[in-house]
Design a protein around this ligand. Sequence first.
Ligand code: TRP
Ligand code: SF4
Length: 482
Amino acid sequence: MVDLDPWGSASVDDYSKLFDEFGITEFDASEVPEPMDLMRRGIIFGERDYSLVLDAMENDRPYAALSGFMPSGPLHVGHMMVFRELIWHQRHGADTYFVIADLEAHSARDMSWKECERYARDYVASLLALGFDADEGTVYRQSQNPRLRQLAFELSEQTNHNEMNAIYGFDGETNLGHLNSTLTQAADILYPQLDEPKPTVIPVGADQDPHLRLTRGLARRMRMFGVTEALASFELDEEEREKVAEALELFGGEATAREVAGHIREGHGHHEGLLEKLDSAGDEELEPRVRVLSRDAPEDAFEDVVDELESRFEVERYGEHADVYDADYREVDEVARDVEVGHGGYGFYPPSSIYHRFQTGLTGGKMSSSVEDSHVALTDAPEDGYSKVKSAATGGRETAEEQRELGGKADECPVYELYAYSLARDDEHAKKVYDECVGGERLCGGCKEEAAELMEDFLEDHHEEREKHVDEAEDLMTLNRI
Ligand code: TRP
Ligand code: SF4
């Protein structure tokens, strides 16, 4: 069992486990037009429903990107990934949000409001320095956003202690402020959709996935309609559906329940539950369809969806649901969403997410704001950045001779990570460092010197850019104060 704890310090040792355990999908950079470096280099390794975002991006439809941090310590180069991901999406058309999670910092990290504000100003200066356009995008503090807090309240009506305990490992001792901050984060994640539903990507580290699981469930429960793919008038679980779909294919896409049951009986395996359902359906024609279920929808809203669908497709109507034939899932989903919004509902899309690997600390272990030598902070003096890199741990061998013979272990080297995550000028540069290292042509002393100089240059530039944006950062803080 991989434990994902948003407030813990454990590192994820095997990212592939997250795929099976939590249903995160492997990120496929080849699907992305002009993918960013973190995508190309496999640092962004996983996603949920990112195709919704890609579709919007490619068809010039509205979509959003949102992420945030607790203002609870100095920002380091590992955090910079999130900034860069936000900025990349902003440049690719996203309505982009940066959240200062001061409610969470106050409850989970015991930060005073004053400290929160000081760090927040600092974060925003770096965000702007890296290229975030605050005229186009939005920066807000959780504590100063009344619409957000109202949404958090509404979301809280859709969950209970059992679910929170199962997702976060909370128990009877859990402080309610902390519990509240998770609902605030769910509200953050859905906030870009308040005025108009739109696909939204949340770029985060894998430790934040529990928040996405919670929010995806809440978003679904807030919908008036559920839209699912089905094969029969009766409900099938996923495994049963696969079995029936397989059989249907052999029959050319259409067959009666009886015919499918006969086919399944000839095969092996235990399918008693499924066979029972098929037997009692007898002559019903099975075929793929899209099902629209009314959840909490007002009666007239359900009527409107059915009317609208009937004007375009073949529809069979049952009490609380309607089955739509020869229709594309997305099209039906859009019809249901439009009607829902027309009737005053939110029509939320499930939030999408992309996950990046954690950067290893310079001293090994996790890069952490609370361990000074494990990171280079964006506010560190350039010469301190230089010396921290110079004294970093490496994946090098005991002696130069051994290194020439066996090559270094770039895959386990925090210095190589610095190149791959941020310092390399381009892919070619990153690849050159890697190849020379594992090929034994590169020794750690020179390699660290090069990285240290790049870090020093980066910090010098970054501080210069920050200077240009302090006033704007200050204004954004004031704007956000009530
Ligand atoms: N929980 C995040 C952290 O630990 C901060 C956060 C708050 C956030 N709201 C968010 C991240 C919404 C992504 C999306 O720093
Ligand atoms: Fe790391 Fe560079 Fe040494 Fe290779 S040569 S192990 S990349 S410091």
